[in-house]
Write a protein that binds this ligand. Structure first.
Ligand code: HXC
Length: 263
C-alpha cells in the first residue's frame, strides 16, 4: 500500500481537557479514507488508547457534508488481492481500536457515513447523528463487501434482519430511520455538541469502572452467556480493590460528589 503522505492535515486531534476529538479532514473527497489518512487515524487511535489523560474519544468528520464517505474508491479501483487484504486489515485495526480501547468512543456522524465510514462509526461505543446524516453500506453497488467490520457489527447493533437488508441492498438510511433501527443513539444538531456533552459526562465517571464495563459489554453478544456472567462476577469483586470504587461508595455515604482518579 502506498500514497502521498498528506495525512498530517487529514487527521486532526484536538484535546479538550480529558476529551480527544479526532477529525478526519479530506473534504474534497467527502472525508473518504486513503492509505495515508487511515494509517494516520490508526496511529492516532493507538496513541489515544494508551494515554490515561484521555478519558473519552470522539470521532467526527470535517465540514458539514460528511463524517467519512467510505474507503477511497479511486485507490481501491487499482488493488489486487494482496493489497486489498492489507487494506481490509488496516481498517480492521482502526475499528478494533475504537471498539476495544479501554475508554468510551463516540461517533459524531455529521453527514455521509457510508461503507467504511459507517463501519468505523459502528465500531464506536455510541453513535450520534446530525439530522442531515446518511448512513449505509453501499459496497454491494461496487461489487465488493463491507470489509472493515460491517458484515459483523451492523448485525450486532441493529439485528441480523436489518443488517442483511442494508448490506445486501446497499440502501442508505437517513437520520430518522437510523435512530429508529438503533443504528444511532440519537439525532441532534449540531451533532458534535451532543457528542461533547456525553463525553464530558463520561469524563466525570470512574475510568476504572468504564474500562471494565466496556470489556464486559463487548462480550455480551458473543461467547458463552454463563461464562460472561462469571467474568462479570469476578470483575465486580476485583473492582473493590480500586481507589475509584472506594471513593464512589464513600462519596455517596458522605453526601458529596466523588472524584475519580482512574485507579
Ligand atoms: C473516493 C469519494 C468517495 C469515496 C466521495 N468521493 N466519496 N472519493 N472515495 N468513497 C469524492 C467524489 O469522487 C467527488 O470528488 C467528491 O468526493 C464529492 O462527491 P460527489 O459524488 O461529487 O458528491 P455528491 O454528488 O453529493 O454525492 C455524495 C455521495 C457520493 C452520495 C456520498 O460521493 C458517493 O456515492 N460516494 C461513494 C460512497 C461509497 O460508495 N462509499 C463506500 C465505499 S466502499 P471528485 O474529485 O470526483 O469530484 C468502502 C469499503 C470499506 O468504504 C471496506 C474496505 C475494505
Amino acid at each position: 500500500m502506498s500514497g502521498a503522505d498528506t495525512s498530517e492535515q487529514s487527521v486532526r486531534v484536538d484535546r479538550e481537557a480529558a476529551i480527544a476529538i479526532v477529525t478526519v479532514d479530506r473534504q474534497d473527497a467527502l472525508n473518504a479514507l486513503d492509505v495515508a489518512t487511515l494509517t494516520r487515524l490508526r496511529d492516532e487511535l493507538v496513541t489515544l488508547a494508551a494515554d490515561d489523560a484521555v478519558r473519552v474519544v470522539v470521532l467526527t468528520g470535517a465540514g458539514d457534508r460528511a463524517f467519512i464517505a467510505g474507503a477511497d474508491i479511486k485507490y481501491m479501483s487499482g488493488l489486487g488481492v494482496d493489497d486489498a487484504t492489507a487494506w481490509g486489515s488496516l481498517g480492521h485495526d482502526a475499528g478494533r481500536l475504537l471498539e476495544t480501547m479501554p475508554k468510551p468512543t463516540i461517533a459524531a456522524v455529521n453527514g455521509f457515513a457510508l461503507g467504511g465510514g459507517c463501519e468505523l462509526a459502528l465500531a464506536c461505543d455510541i453513535r450520534y447523528a446530525s439530522s442531515r446524516a446518511k448512513l449505509g453500506q453501499p459496497e454491494v453497488n461496487l461489487g465488493i463487501i463491507p470489509g472493515w467490520g460491517g458484515t459483523q457489527r451492523l448485525a450486532r447493533v441493529c439485528g441480523i434482519g436489518v443488517a442483511k437488508e442494508l448490506i445486501f441492498t446497499g440502501r442508505t438510511v437517513d437520520a430518522e430511520e437510523a435512530v429508529r433501527i438503533g443504528l444511532v443513539n440519537a439525532v441532534h444538531d449540531p451533532v458534535l455538541d451532543r457528542a461533547r456533552e456525553t463525553a464530558q459526562l463520561l469524563a466525570t465517571k470512574s475510568p476504572v469502572a468504564l474500562r471494565v464495563m466496556k470489556r464486559l459489554a463487548n462480550r455480551a453478544l458473543g461467547g458463552d452467556h454463563a461464562d460472561n456472567l462469571v467474568a462479570e462476577g469476578e470483575s465486580f469483586g476485583e473492582l473493590f480493590a480500586s481507589e475509584d470504587a472506594r471513593e464512589g461508595l464513600a462519596a455517596f455515604v458522605e453526601k458529596r460528589e466523588p472524584k475519580f482518579v482512574g485507579r
